[in-house]
Ligand binder design. Structure first.
Ligand code: C2O
Ligand code: CU
Ligand code: CU
Length: 510
């Protein structure tokens, strides 16, 4: 080849390479930039917050408190206004469900009717109850059928919630709107001087991120970086986008529930004011803690009390959450910020009583009493390298024993840990004492980075060798893809049975 031609070919190759590299950098920069969502200052709070109604109930001849829920399709307007709205699902309504409320010691019956065109289940997240009543993947309700679980409430006052748990379909069912709060009361908490007027100074705040299509329907598509399933760019509180709430008292209690399918929120206020954290997943703390941020992963709850000045407006925000996995957190919502809910104080406020210094006693579980230690490593869509199999029991626990579980994520991506039936206590995080928000009863925790969480729990009351409880990642896309395991609680010496194998194929088009 003549020299000039060689040079020209080389030039073409070099230029071509540079153009390609430049293109990649540009695409990379675009991907990086567009992966961040920030709605601070951009939300007009023009829509009154909806307060889910308290579910009506009656007491039957046997003295049991009876609730009726129906899961059904509907249409919901996310701006709480007129107009057709988007196709959604809800309990007893178009989107979300009523707040169930019961007191410790009460026996409840919940008639759950399935008015959807497909199977579902309803799980009572955070509840201590028999496995057959738990509403996990084994308690399927066929279309048109009614399932009526019953149990006695026996745990401290807390903010729990309910949602479907159909294996492989949980994300879709929750995302469409099937979720609601379940508030428990007890004598100890009722004796405390805390804001407690539902919908007035005690507000349910179910926060969910949503993605809409151009014609205003819910977009269930994960998109290209769908490692957490659907991450939305719009926040709905109790199903309302751009919501504000009028406040009439100097203190308001917010029962925060992260009802998202995959997004972690880091709540705080627009002026960085502090608030009192008074409760976590399974109940009140021993004392209020002043904080100015509270991070919640999907499924976690926090009860906070915020103090208001007459006439002011303050916005509940979500600041970038600390996910613990470095640069890749960008694609998991780690750099995202949102305006969530505006609180508007009236010009004259009724004085709330000062917060009590002490709240409740939390009996500490004793690590010396633990009979078993188990390890759970979270990676990809597996726990201990295993994916969910409805026919396999992964762990066997003996009734009336205390156990220590050590859980951690090892793959540098976001995961969380949730276990059914029990509330646990966090003994340590990477060997350190847990922070205030992990100091009380918990049923769901975010697994930060590669930190090792040692948790302790006690299994009481309900042995059933055949019917398992679940433990899983509460990022629903992971759960649906198999990041879940099953445990049974057995009497001492009792043989492990086999889970009932369902004849219904749970995976379908939808
Ligand atoms: Cu909130 Cu097993 O679920
Ligand atoms: Cu649960
Ligand atoms: Cu996960």
């Amino acid at each position: 080849m003549p020299k000039r031609r060689v040079r020209r070919v080389l030039t073409i190759i070099v230029v071509g390479f540079l153009v390609m590299a430049g293109g990649l950098v540009a695409v990379g920069a675009w991907v990086w930039t567009s992966a961040r969502v920030n709605t601070i200052g951009e939300v007009e709070f023009t829509n009154p917050l909806a307060i889910p109604p308290l579910a009506p109930s009656h007491v039957d001849e046997q003295g049991r408190r009876v609730f009726d829920l129906e899961a059904r399709p509907g249409r919901h307007n996310f701006t709480n206004g007129e107009g057709e709205g988007a196709p959604t699902w809800g309990f007893n309504g178009d989107y979300l469900g009523p707040t169930l409320r019961a007191a410790r010691g009460e026996e409840v019956v919940i008639n759950v009717h399935n008015g959807l065109g497909e199977h579902t289940t309803v799980h009572w997240h955070g509840m201590h109850l028999p496995p057959a009543m738990d509403g996990g993947p084994h308690q399927q309700i066929a279309p048109g059928e009614t399932w009526s679980p019953t149990w006695t409430i026996d745990q401290p006052a807390a903010t729990l919630w309910y949602h479907p748990h159909l294996h492989g379909e949980t994300l879709r069912h929750v995302y469409r709107g099937l979720a609601g709060m379940f508030i428990l009361d007890d004598e100890e908490s009722s004796a405390l001087n805390l804001p407690r007027e539902y919908g007035v100074d005690d507000l349910p705040v179910i926060v969910q991120d949503k993605k809409f299509t151009d014609n205003g329907e819910l977009n269930e598509d994960g998109g290209f970086f769908a490692s957490l399933g659907v991450l939305g760019d719009t926040i709905a509180v109790n199903g309302v986008v751009g919501a504000y709430q009028e406040v009439e008292t100097t203190q308001v209690r917010l029962r925060l529930l992260n009802g998202s399918v995959g997004r972690v929120f880091n709540f705080g206020f627009s002026d960085d004011r502090s608030f009192a954290l008074i409760g976590t997943d399974g109940g009140l703390l021993t004392a209020p803690y002043e904080l100015n941020r509270i991070q919640l992963s999907p499924g976690e709850r926090a009860e906070i009390v915020v103090t208001m000045e007459p006439g002011e407006r303050v916005t509940l925000r979500s600041y970038p959450p600390d996910l613990g996995n470095g640069l890749s957190d960008r694609f998991a919502g780690g750099d995202d910020s949102f305006d969530v809910l505006q609180l508007r104080a009236a010009d004259r406020l009724r004085d709330s009583p000062p917060l009590p210094d002490r709240l409740v006693e939390i009996p500490r579980l004793d690590p010396d009493e633990a009979v078993t230690e188990r390890q759970f490593q979270f990676s990809g869509h597996s726990i201990n390298n295993t994916r969910m199999d409805m026919g396999r029991i992964d762990e066997v626990v003996e009734l009336d024993t205390t156990e220590i579980w050590e859980v951690h994520a090892i793959d540098g991506t976001p995961h969380s840990f949730h276990v059914h039936d029990v509330q646990f206590q966090v003994l340590s995080v990477d060997g350190q004492a847990p922070p205030p928000e992990l100091s009380g009863w918990k049923d769901t925790i975010y697994l930060h980075g590669r930190q090792v969480y040692r948790i302790i729990m006690r299994f009481t009351d309900y042995a059933d060798p055949n019917m398992p409880y679940m433990y899983h990642c509460h990022i629903l896309y992971h759960e649906d893809n198999g990041m879940m395991g099953q445990f049974v609680v057995v009497e001492p010496g009792q043989e492990v049975g086999t889970p009932p194998v369902s004849d219904h194929a749970h995976r379908h088009g939808g």
